[in-house]
Ligand binder design. Structure first.
Ligand SMILES: [Zn+2]
Length: 57
């Protein structure tokens, strides 16, 4: 395990779709497996901090 980008859940600011995402820089998120951004074409994402037990593993 090396230090990697923080993994979180990000929500598309346009359509609200949720993606597992890496924080690539402070405040900037890229959905895993969605290099072009959201399916709707939006590339703006808001992190969703969820400690309720969601596991992405
Ligand atoms: Zn979207």
């Amino acid at each position: 395990m090396s230090e990697e980008n923080r993994r979180t859940i990000a929500m598309c600011e346009e359509c609200g779709a949720l993606y597992a995402a890496f924080e690539i820089t402070a405040g900037e998120f890229r959905p895993i497996g969605q290099r072009d951004g959201c399916q709707c074409g939006c590339t703006e994402f808001t992190p969703v901090d969820d400690d309720s037990g969601l596991s992405l593993d």
